[in-house]
Design a protein around this ligand. Sequence first.
Ligand code: NAP
Length: 337
Amino acid sequence: MTVRIGVIGTGMIGRDHTRRIQQVLSGARVVALSDYDPAAARAVQAGLVPEAQVFERSEDLVASDQVDAVLVCSTGATHEPYVLAAIAAGKPVFCEKPLATTAAGADRIVRAEVDFGKRLVQVGFMRRYDAGYRMLKQVVDTEIGAPLMVHAAHRNQSVPESYATPMAIHDTLIHEIDVLRWLLDDDYVSAQVVFPRRTRHSHAGLADPQLVLLETKKGVRIDVEIFVNCRYGYDIQCQIVGEEGLANLPEPMAITLRKDARLQNALLVDWKERFIDSYDVELADFIAAAARGTAVGPSSWDGYVAAITSDACVEAQESGKIVPISLPKRPALYDQG
Ligand code: NAP
């Protein structure tokens, strides 16, 4: 079966996922496009998929009997209604992060999916599909004994003026929030944010760097450094300290160069390149499951937990206090990971 996909939102990531489906992956094709700005959808149609239909209204794209599955790639605040519409139509839906901009919105999606009785939603937490993180999980599960501590870092070379303090949580930490609980098979119970000396390379609306301190149900202590004007490159670090050993996330592949009396290798600067392969793998997973009329991978429950946790982290940024995190009971629909 070839899965016929409709893409909502044809900005940076919607265009890239369309290219991926059309040119890299098998088993699906893009048959429909929509965007708040129809000219943007038509530009992607002209450049990548001339046979696709451009819909003026994304709701009509979801409802179309030509569309088997939906990709929601519009701006975050618009995700919830489109995901709910796809669930109501019984169609598998891949939703870029965030699943919803509020925990209440993510909860509405979880309830709708549970009422439907089958998983239909995959959230775009692509790090779970990264080869390095998968190797790390294998080692954490089998080699280092019980995890005790995690030291992680998320560093960007620089960010624009529009990037404000809470975005360090909603846009940046959100990936660590998901991937760390997946790596540890655990959930968070509290969050605290502390602010080291501020870099002179930041701007008035952004406290940079930040240190997020998380505690899990099993008692693991996690520190995540978020430093988004670090100047030197895009750098993701993750070290898990267990009771029998210590495991590090592998560095991205790079040539080691000996030249001019120096030993060096290049670092990435563009975040898009760091996880480029994982986007392919996550969408391949989505397509394979959509062909069976369901969804796998990061679920709407995971999107909901990420929303609850990131709300607690923002509250911790504002209050300076340790903020407790409590989760409702996980519905049985999400018991299979
Ligand atoms: P973008 O370039 O701004 O694209 C978003 C597109 O959605 C724009 O063309 C926008 O149109 C359109 N749009 C806005 N409201 C809409 C609506 N109600 N219905 C249909 N289309 C609408 O943003 P992006 O960088 O592609 O990001 C899109 C989403 O993907 C965000 O949620 C972002 O967090 C997520 N993302 C995830 C990753 C990841 O690593 N997993 C990476 C990048 C982005 P206008 O420009 O006319 O408003």
